[in-house]
Design a protein around this ligand. Structure first.
Ligand code: GUN
Length: 292
């Protein structure tokens, strides 16, 4: 193995410790606990797991949490009412609506309704719009891309002037990751399912952020020697040696890539733990903005 492993679990724990220390300081000074509201619509098992993990993190860091679990067939109007009530609730500092929503709901309208100063996921059009414009600052940066950039910076990877390739253009990861890298003066290429000669585009990259959701798609010989590889993928691969019958792998073929890359994040234990850590950081920031 030639690549340096970027330990997301350790770096996420450091972020969480720092957030917990700041919360303890705030509460000791008589300020209210930062509080996160999570809105879950329907019965998706993965979404329920994420929301539970977010609530657990709040508890571990001394943060307050409330959850609103709503039926899958809730009307747009009733969901909007829940958001409006959370916007008006002074004891709630951050609001997150777990995505995806059931298909009959208008996600854009829901996200637009979240008060910008409570938008700790950074998905409201106002926050994304600011991220996309030069000289403007969003109040909150979406948690997973924020975690990716944080890992690069902690590993000492130079972003300015680097050729960065983002694989995937989702609203949640790929697109905001590309905007963040542009803001840090990287030269950014965004690749997706229609990109021609993908391997050769990726071969130019000093930094690769893989968020396309295709198991082990990026091969070792696609990677420029010494490149930094951030793997956002979480895919279940059948593995008879595991009790569960599967193991988690990323969008990058780790065994091949680790022999070529300069830096690489493992799956699991790379980007995954960073998402919740950055959400906690954003929620603390929300409380600091609302109650300085
Ligand atoms: N669904 C997948 N990732 C995320 C995330 O970071 N935030 C929310 N709210 N939903 C998601």
């Amino acid at each position: 193995m030639t690549a340096q492993l970027i330990d997301g679990k350790l770096i996420a724990q450091q972020v969480r410790d720092e957030v917990a220390a700041n919360i303890a300081k705030r509460t000791a000074a008589g300020k209210s606990k930062p509080t996160l509201a999570a809105v879950l619509v329907g019965e998706r098992v993965d979404s329920a797991t994420y929301v539970r993990a977010k609530g657990k993190a709040c508890e571990e860091l001394g943060m307050g949490s409330v959850s609103r679990h709503l039926p899958a067939d809730i009307s747009q109007e009733d969901l909007e009412k829940v958001i409006k009530d959370l916007n008006a609730d002074k004891s709630v500092n951050g609001i997150l609506v777990q995505l995806p929503l059931p298909s009959h709901l208008d996600e854009e309208r829901v996200l637009q309704l979240i008060s910008i100063e409570k938008d700790v996921d950074g998905f409201s059009p106002l926050n994304i719009g600011r991220l996309a414009q030069k000289g403007r600052e969003p109040l909150f940066v979406p948690c997973t891309p924020f975690g990716c950039i944080y890992l690069l910076e902690q590993a000492g990877v130079k972003i300015e002037g680097a050729n960065a390739v983002v694989l995937g253009r989702s609203n949640i990861v790929g697109m905001p990751a590309a905007l963040l890298l542009i803001g840090k003066n990287a030269t950014v290429t965004v690749c997706h399912s229609r990109t021609k000669d993908l391997a050769n585009v990726i071969r130019q990259a000093d930094i690769i952020i893989a968020a396309i959701g295709k198991m082990e798609m990026v091969r070792g010989d696609w990677i420029k020697p010494g490149a930094a590889v951030i793997d956002v993928g979480i895919n279940s691969k059948p593995d008879a040696t595991k009790k569960s019958g599967y193991r988690l792998v990323g969008d990058v073929n780790f065994d091949e890539a680790k022999e070529v890359a300069g830096f690489i994040t493992p799956v699991p234990g790379g980007v995954g733990p960073m998402t919740i850590a950055m959400l906690m950081k954003n929620t603390l920031r929300a409380a600091e903005i609302q109650d300085p």
